[in-house]
Design a protein around this ligand. Sequence first.
Ligand SMILES: [Zn+2]
Ligand SMILES: [Zn+2]
Length: 155
Amino acid sequence: MENSVDNTPVKGCTSGLQPPLTAVLLRGYQTKGGFTMKAKRNLTASIPDETRKTVYRRDGYRCALCDDTHGLQIHHVVHRSCGGSDDPMNLVTLCWRCHAEAHGTLIPERHSYLPKTAEERWVTWRSLIDEYEQLCVEYLSEYYAIHGAEWYPYK
Ligand SMILES: [Zn+2]
Ligand SMILES: [Zn+2]
């Protein structure tokens, strides 16, 4: 990254997170071949199968954000490096596309402008992570409130 890039952390803890450096940050419809395959690979590998199933079941085998039923993956809302746990309370079902967007590595199709400079990519990356963190927090806190539990994603 260039020195002029704003390095203040995105909302929440992002230690261990790096902005994407290579040929990422493409709008969905522009992704093909290698990149799509890369995005489709699950970003979270180490969650026990039983926990995975619990989370998928809770979320109705749908993406919590767009209702897609294909390419489902599990996302840590609060990153482990920030004290987020592998408890279902900290996990949410996302489709591969929303998951890549939540990590700031895929520009949603609704974005009409594709970032070009390093600064623009950085700003977009940060705002996507913030936006999707907020959406996931809203989804989970509402779900647990409805079921009479206080949402607590930490260990
Ligand atoms: Zn989705
Ligand atoms: Zn994730």
